[in-house]
Design a protein. Structure first.
Length: 44
């Protein structure tokens, strides 16, 4: 997550919070599943 935070000029805790929110909103169990679901839905 440190690399994502640095690239976006955000704190690691902010990135962690956003990822947690995305996982919860997609109803998935982890980041990989959330990414897969987002691609499946056409969000990415």
């Amino acid at each position: 997550m440190a690399d994502i935070a640095a690239a976006l000029h955000l704190s690691e805790s902010t990135v962690r919070n956003h990822l947690s929110s995305a996982i919860g909103k997609t109803g998935t169990r982890n980041r990989a599943e959330a990414l897969s679901e987002a691609r499946h839905q056409g969000w990415l």
